[in-house]
Design a binder for this molecule. Structure first.
Ligand code: BV8
Length: 222
């Protein structure tokens, strides 16, 4: 059985009803990224940032994992520790679909972090907008991503790397395909349109169709 590393971006959750980050207007839910997804933005206006993430967190209760999330959970059930899922998403749809071998490299919407102590707390409600002790446990621009060492180890051993629903805009996630390739992996992209990055194969189409098809092909081969 091959070692498989899968990287997901907001495109895998789009068909569940969660919006992607770079919509036609380039705004993120109507906000400039620097106002809501940077430490500077939080320092300047914590109320706006808490309100932004409270709205996203509430939205999470209204959506469900889709066929792509479920297909990846099915692949993990077959491959076990030979599959690792790295997600750039902060939603909990992979977890709710049953995936467990996950690195949430940009943090998680349902976790908050104490600014002074670093303590993490599972949190699915609103944070009081004037709260200055807690922040979303989310990696903002300019902050170190989570679990990069683990991801590097998995990429070094990968036989297959699959990027699903990501524009390849954000560093360091946009380096993973090249790192896996250099380690000898075959690289595959699933997207509505090819991203700028180089892959051995590009499967064009919605994740809810292409991901189950890829998983079925992998399980048939193994
Ligand atoms: C770091 C959490 C160092 C918040 C996010 C200049 C040049 C290059 C890099 C930089 C630069 N200046 C600064 C940087 C670094 C910066 C960066 O990359 N900036 C870019 C934007 C220029 N990166 C960082 O700051 C990172 N940290 O470098 O730290 C360091 C080291 C040591 C010590 C201290 C610091 C941190 C980056 C993390 C930022 N946080 N999210 C939140 O989510 O609220 S990133 C944010 O963008 C989301 O997490 C999202 O996942 C991510 C990437 O976007 P995508 O997921 O790809 O989504 P997008 O909308 O772009 O694309 C969707 C895709 O899906 C499209 O391709 C579309 O076609 C496709 N699609 C749509 N529907 C479907 C579909 N595909 C299939 N089916 C469908 N139905």
């Amino acid at each position: 059985m091959p070692n498989v590393v899968v990287l997901t971006g907001s495109g895998i959750s789009a068909e569940s009803g969660l919006s992607t980050f770079r919509g036609p207007d380039g705004l993120w839910e109507g906000h400039r990224v620097q106002d809501v997804a940077t430490p500077e933005g939080f320092a300047a206006n914590p109320v706006l940032v808490h309100r932004f993430y409270n709205r996203l967190r509430r939205r999470l209760h209204e959506v469900e994992p889709n066929a792509a999330h479920h297909a990846l959970a099915k692949l993990e059930a077959a491959l076990g520790h030979q599959m690792h899922l790295v997600t750039q998403n902060i939603d909990d749809l992979h977890q709710r679909a049953g995936s467990t071998q996950i690195t949430a490299m940009h943090g998680e919407l349902n976790t908050i972090r104490n600014i002074a102590t670093g303590q993490l707390l599972s949190w699915t409600h609103d944070v009081v907008e004037t709260d200055q002790q807690w922040r979303p446990h989310v990696v903002w621009f300019g902050e170190r991503t989570i679990g990069l060492e683990t991801v590097a180890e998995k990429l070094a051993q990968a036989d297959l790397f699959v990027a699903i629903g990501t524009s390849g805009t954000v560093y360091p996630a946009n380096q993973f395909a090249a790192i896996a390739k250099a380690a000898g992996a075959t690289t595959v992209e699933i997207n509505l349109k090819p991203s700028e990055l180089a892959f051995d194969q590009t499967w064009i189409g919605p994740a809810t169709e292409q991901v189950p098809a890829l998983v079925d092909a992998l399980l048939k081969d193994s």
